[in-house]
Design a protein around this ligand. Structure first.
Ligand SMILES: [Zn+2]
Length: 561
């Protein structure tokens, strides 16, 4: 008998609005306390907001919006359509819950407070669903100024609660002279408060504020005016969703994860149903099923350079499998890979021939008879002398496995023979040591090459990867963002090198290390010297730096004419 998969509860679309005004000390935000009897977040202090109403998406409401089309709104939210309903819901909830009417008349002028007061009586029937926001806007000939309501953040509550929401947060400046007030039904108390003060009260245990509210308040605490807060929200580019998710440790205890936590993307990838039952701990020797096509088996070689151990991946869903990076020559590990493959391993692929990635290939070949694929070992670096590929893979070559197609991408830099593999069906990119989770890749000349490494990273941006499967650590999400971050990190170090050379006039490697790596422990300096050498080689190759008799100096720029 099979147990049916747990049914994922779809979160309800919702909108929340952070209303801001200024007092002499800075911005204040409007907060409400939810009634203790509420089904969702009883007693907590929140911003006005709630689930989208079917009427938020209708034509009549859309005609009452100024300055934003549904296509533009949807693009901002990353939706195919229906985005405008979130702006309408934000304005509607703002009136229902806070009594603040975010609207302008036909001439674009704000609504006078007396007129808003005269409409107060509509809040209750609107809340009860017997009156519609569009009725009010039509009757009063008012419009929602959508340009003044700015998309700010995106939160999805974790599974497991009786209610789930997929909420878009917006910021807007409250119209002048509208003070707002709670409705005394869903909410029982309200105030305008500085973000700092709200956080302080929460610290003291006087009020309850949940995580997304707290993060929003911390963001707002950094700005000095409500206008600056709105500008900040406008300047945000691609807003990433924060979808809290549960997973278990190796003893079965549940823990919640946020986007900033290293296992976050792996949990979402390997548990799309959000059952909360996936294990987030990387345990060497214990296979981890990442999806229908890929299982990871981490080798028992954890250490400073290898993190939890080298990741070996088994790829394919049929009668024949490929192994990527069998890892170090540990008999127990090779035995486990063979057991997991259960007679189906036909190909052994390696990303590169460093001793923690490829030496098990020869052993695994002996056990399975599989074909070994990769690029020959280079002359320099800590290479696996035993590596002998049956087939040399060229850039762009494809390997068809039942259920999966792997394409080799030559990515020299960390090692000159380094390959990444793109699983084309799911766009999972096996990165080897080109991208590691949790640590910086070592670029060690002469086989390591910084110029090639950065060019290879740039090229990976165009592969459309949706998830990275590194040689060490967890799956890495948001690949484009992560790769751009890695490039920026290296270029920031490079800028520090040229600034140090400009200041010192000229310097030896030994003199440069403490100047350029003043942010890392001196214990790390010998390793840092290798990276510095790689940077200096890149700058020399580019004509920015010249080297003579062990001294490096900036090449003087030609005099301006
Ligand atoms: Zn390596």
């Amino acid at each position: 008998m099979t147990t049916p998969a747990p049914k994922k509860m779809e979160p309800r679309p919702a909108a929340t609005i952070l209303l801001l005004r200024d007092d002499q000390h800075g911005p204040e935000v409007f907060m409400l306390q939810r009634t203790k009897g509420a089904a969702f977040l009883p007693g907590a202090y929140v911003f006005p907001g709630g689930a989208l109403d079917p009427s938020d998406g209708d034509e009549r409401a859309a005609r009452r919006v100024r300055g934003l089309s549904d296509a533009e709104a949807s693009a901002k939210l990353g939706l195919a359509s229906g985005g405008l309903a979130y702006w309408i819901a934000a304005a509607r909830e703002c009136f229902e819950e806070a009594g603040i009417l975010l609207a302008v008349d036909a001439a674009g002028a704000p609504v006078a407070p007396a007129r808003v007061a005269a409409l107060e009586h509509l809040r209750e029937p609107m809340n009860a669903g017997t009156a519609k926001f569009a009725d009010l806007l039509e009757a009063e000939d008012l419009y929602i100024p959508a340009q003044e309501i700015v998309y700010f953040s995106h939160w999805i509550t974790a599974a497991g609660r009786p209610r789930r929401f997929n909420t878009r947060f917006f910021v807007a400046r409250a119209p002048r002279d509208q003070a707002g007030a709670h409705d005394d039904s869903e909410t029982v108390h309200s105030f305008w408060i500085s973000p700092r003060e709200a956080l302080a009260r929460q610290e003291r245990g006087e009020i309850e504020i949940i995580f997304p509210t707290r993060v929003s308040l911390s963001d707002l605490a950094r700005v000095t005016t409500s206008a600056a807060a709105v500008d900040h929200a406008r300047s945000l580019g691609d807003i990433q969703v924060e979808a809290a998710v549960w997973a278990l440790d190796h003893e079965g205890s549940a823990r919640m994860f946020r986007r900033a936590d290293p296992p976050y993307h792996e949990i979402h990838w390997s548990d799309p149903e959000e059952s909360g039952k996936t294990c987030f701990v990387i345990q060497p020797g214990v296979p981890k099923r990442l999806d229908a096509r890929v299982t990871r088996l981490t080798a028992p070689n954890s250490g400073v350079m290898t993190g939890p151990g080298t990741n070996c991946y088994l790829v394919g869903d049929g009668e024949a499998l490929a192994v990527i990076d069998p890892g170090p020559p540990i008999d127990e590990h090779v035995k486990r890979i063979a057991e997991l493959g259960a007679g189906r391993i036909r190909w052994i692929l390696v990303t590169h021939t460093h001793v923690d990635h490829s030496p098990a290939a020869a052993l695994l070949k002996t056990v399975t008879g599989a074909q070994v694929l990769g690029r020959p070992r280079p002359a320099h670096g800590n290479q696996d002398a035993s590596f002998a590929p049956d087939r040399v893979l060229e850039h762009g070559e494809r390997l068809a496995i039942p259920g999966a197609t792997l394409r080799a991408i030559h990515t020299p830099g960390h090692a000159s023979n380094h390959l990444c593999y793109l699983l084309e069906e799911t766009r999972m990119l096996f990165t080897g040591d080109q991208v590691m989770q949790g640590s910086t890749v070592v670029i060690n000349p002469p086989d390591g090459n910084m110029l090639a490494y950065l060019a290879a990273l740039e090229a990976l941006l165009h592969e459309g990867a949706v998830i990275l499967a590194p040689g060490h650590g967890y799956l890495v999400g948001a690949p484009e963002k992560e790769i751009r971050r890695l490039i920026a990190h290296r270029l920031a170090r490079e800028a520090k090198i040229t600034a140090s050379l400009a200041r010192l006039g000229g310097a030896t490697l030994e003199e440069l290390v403490p100047a350029v790596y003043d942010d890392v422990h001196p214990r790390i300096h010998p390793v840092a010297a290798r990276s510095l050498t790689a940077h200096l080689e890149k700058l020399t190759a580019e004509g920015t730096v010249h080297a003579a008799a062990g001294r490096y100096a900036l090449v003087k720029s030609p005099p301006a004419r």
